[in-house]
Structures are given as C-alpha cells and as structure tokens.
Write a protein that binds this ligand. Structure first.
Ligand SMILES: C[S@@+](CC[C@H](N)C(=O)[O-])C[C@H]1O[C@@H](n2cnc3c(N)ncnc32)[C@H](O)[C@@H]1O
Length: 406
C-alpha cells in the first residue's frame, strides 16, 4: 500500500485535479496531511522550487522537482517534521523514481534544511514577483500587460491569503436570521460568512446553505431585469449559479445543460438537497442543444482559464498553460454564438467567466458584437477580487434587439 507521501507525490507529479483526487481519499487515515501538503505545494510551487535551485547544477526532471518541492513545503510551511526524517523519506521517494536520484536529493536537501527560506531578489521585478508569490511567469506577464503592475502585485498577494467561507442561504427553506441563530454563520461587513465549524454541521447536507464566493453571488444578483420565466444555464455544473437563479422565483422554469454526466449528477444532488423543482437538467454539448421555444434569459458561465479563482483553486496555476487559452477562446465564442440563437427577441444573454484575461472577456464580447448587430451590450463589469476579499469575475449583459435580422 502506498504511504501518504507517495500518494501526495502521485497527485502532484501528474498534475491531477486535486479536489477529485482528494475526494477519493475521504476515508484515508492521512487525508488531512495529504490535503495540506498538496495545497501547500500547489500554492507555493515557484517559491519552493527556488529553495533548492541554486544547489542544482542543471534542471532536474519533473518528478525530482516535485519531491524537492514537497520537502521544502514540509520544512518551511509545515513545521512538524524532523529534518533527518524529511531528508530520508524524500531520498526513498526519489529512489523509487530512479535509484540514481537518491544521492542528489540527499545532498540537496541536507543543504536546504540548514538555511532559512530564500526570496528572489533579481534585477527583474516580474521574475521576483513570479517566484516570491508563486505564480507562473506567463500569468504575471499577462496580468501586468492587461491590468497594470499595481493591480497585478495586489492580486498576486491576494491569491496567497486565506479565502473567507462565503455562504448563500437557501431562503426557500430557511432565513438568514435563523441560520445566524442556529449555525456558525455571521455577517462580515456586507457578506454572509461561516466559520469552518459549518462543515461539522448538517447545514450543507440539508441544503440550508452552500459555499459560494461573494462575487459569484453578486454576478447573479446583478442580473436585475428578467422579462419572462424561461431560463437556460448553458454551462451549469456544479449548479451554484443555477440554484441561485432558481431560488429567486419559484415560477422560473430553468434548464441546466452541461457536457458531462458526472457533473450533471453533482448538480442534481445539489438541486435535490435544495429542494428545487423548477429545474430540468440535461447532459449535452451546449453547441448541440436546441429547443423550439426560445429562452428569456440565458446564462453562459463558460469554461475559462480560471485566473480569477487562483486563491481558492491554486492547482489551476499548475494545470493551465498559455497554449490552452486559444482553444478556450474558440469554444467560448462558439458557445456565445450558439446560445444567442436560442434567445428570444428582447431577451437577455449574460456571458460570464471567472478569469482575468481580456481575450476571454471584453474581447469575446467585441468579436460577438461585430458579427451580431441585433445584440446590444447594456452592462459589463470586471469584479477584481482583491477589492473586496473575493474572487475575480467578468460579466457582460447583452440584449437581443427586436425586429433586426443580423
Ligand atoms: C465555469 S463552469 C460553470 C460553473 C457553474 N455555472 C456554477 O456556477 O456552478 C463551466 C462548466 O461548463 C461545462 N462545459 C464545458 N464545455 C461545455 C460544453 N461544450 N457544453 C456544455 N457544458 C460545457 C463544464 O463541464 C463546466 O461544468
């Protein structure tokens, strides 16, 4: 049987979806340790790699880089490990990759444990930001080019802070007052948050609340004028925004579409827990989804690079690559164009992402409007997470004008 460090190594070296892998370990005796180590490494990867970089004569293979980063994470961020044990366990892990790496890992880690954490102080500010805040350099450059150096610095720091547990109450079952009285829920300024004790209660299982970032909630709250009751949520799983819309008015008739059966199953469980009966869930590629009756409101919360949610999902920093962006941009435009054809005249199309990348945001809307003169942009907004301790989102509201053929 694999030990806890081997399991952690496997998740990290294969860049697996950490939340899915960690869910599989729900009954593992060392789940807490594995989760902590996985997230510490994902969150601090560049800085961890930097701790041993100057002891290496040449770059090492990915597996050894991960083993060194895991050791640095335990040494600098999780102070409960005895140094010689840390070195020995790392050497054993390295030998399993290839016996020839044992000596190298031993020599490097023996030096590392003797010195305090190092910060990068080079002549290149962006490289220093990349290493010291642990973001891939391409993300730092993209952010600076699009949002400026000041916002970039604040955002990168923000991604390394602890996210509050923002919650949304299921007002079809209970009230905010009742939840505050009975559960560890309270207002933090304008926002309703919970302490981590909430996970030990029955509140989530009973569908009394769910965890949803404040700006994700705001994105839906900003959709004010829904003229009609027929709503399509084009990319719906796991159903966070779908349930927010559905809870607003029991007369709404919603259709939630997602490409994957397992993600629709996840959504269905949420919808059932919340006791909502005004939702139809459909497994389909949205590009192949058709319906005779047009919709009054369509939400396109499209798949995106996720650069706005790096604080809550640091594994995105490891998985997303610059070359993934082109493919995403093509899909996003296709979803926008197709769903536009499912909207009635006078209806509202809301395009949304959880990223800070203008090519996936403003530029998509510009391209769409160039080819669709029957649509008008009535609102667009970028919610920059660092401004209110939330995640970052973009949304655009497009109205389909009446009587114009594009
Ligand atoms: C950003 S997430 C949506 C989050 C969701 N709106 C919420 O608030 O909980 C994007 C979703 O789009 C789905 N997706 C990706 N490509 C799709 C496609 N071609 N058709 C339908 N859904 C798709 C993904 O499976 C993912 O669940």
């Amino acid at each position: 049987m694999k030990n806890q460090r081997e399991i952690t190594f496997e998740i990290l070296s294969q860049n697996k979806y950490s939340n899915i892998e960690l869910q599989k370990l729900s009954h593992h005796p060392h789940r807490a340790f594995i989760t902590h180590l996985v997230y510490t490494v994902y969150q601090n990867y560049e800085l961890l790699v930097f701790q041993t970089a100057d002891f290496l004569k040449k770059p090492v293979i990915k597996e050894i880089e991960v083993i060194l980063a895991m050791a640095a994470a335990q040494h600098y961020f999780m102070d409960s490990v005895v140094e010689y044990a840390l070195v020995n366990e790392s050497v054993e892990l390295a030998k399993k990759v290839n016996v020839k790496f044992g000596g190298l890992v031993n020599a490097v880690l023996k030096k590392m444990v003797q010195r305090p954490m190092q910060l990068s102080k080079s002549s290149d500010e962006l490289i220093d930001l990349s290493i010291n805040t642990s973001h891939p350099l391409w993300i730092v450059k993209l952010c600076k080019a699009q949002y400026g150096l000041d916002v970039t610095k604040r955002l990168l720091e923000h991604h390394n802070t602890e996210a509050p547990i923002d919650v949304r109450i299921n007002t079809t079952k209970t009230s905010v007052e009742e939840m505050i009285e009975k559960y560890p829920v309270s207002f933090e300024g304008d926002y309703l948050t919970a302490s981590s004790e909430i996970f030990k209660t029955d509140a989530l299982e009973k569908g009394l609340l769910l965890v949803q970032d404040r700006n994700s909630q705001r994105l839906i709250n900003d959709i004010k004028d829904i003229n009609g009751i027929n709503i399509l949520d084009a990319c719906t799983a796991p159903g966070t925004k779908l349930t927010q819309l559905a809870s607003r008015n029991k007369d709404y008739q919603l259709v939630g579409v997602d490409l994957y059966q397992h993600r629709i199953d996840l959504t269905k469980r949420l919808v059932d827990r919340w006791g909502l009966d005004n939702i139809d869930l459909v497994v389909s590629d949205i590009l192949e989804y058709h319906r005779f009756d047009p919709f009054d409101l369509i939400l396109c919360d499209v798949p995106c690079s996720g650069l706005g949610v790096l604080r809550r999902k640091p594994d995105i920093k490891r998985r997303i690559q610059p070359e993934d962006l082109d493919e995403l941009e093509i899909l996003q435009q296709a979803i926008l164009v197709h769903t536009a054809s499912l909207l009635r005249e006078g209806g509202l199309l809301v395009y949304a992402t959880c990223t800070l990348n203008k090519k996936e945001n403003e530029k998509q809307i510009e391209t769409f409007l160039m080819n669709h003169s029957d649509f008008e942009l009535i609102h667009q907004e970028t919610l920059i997470g660092v401004d209110n301790n939330g995640d970052s989102f973009y949304s655009a509201h497009l109205v389909k004008k009446s009587g114009i053929i594009s």
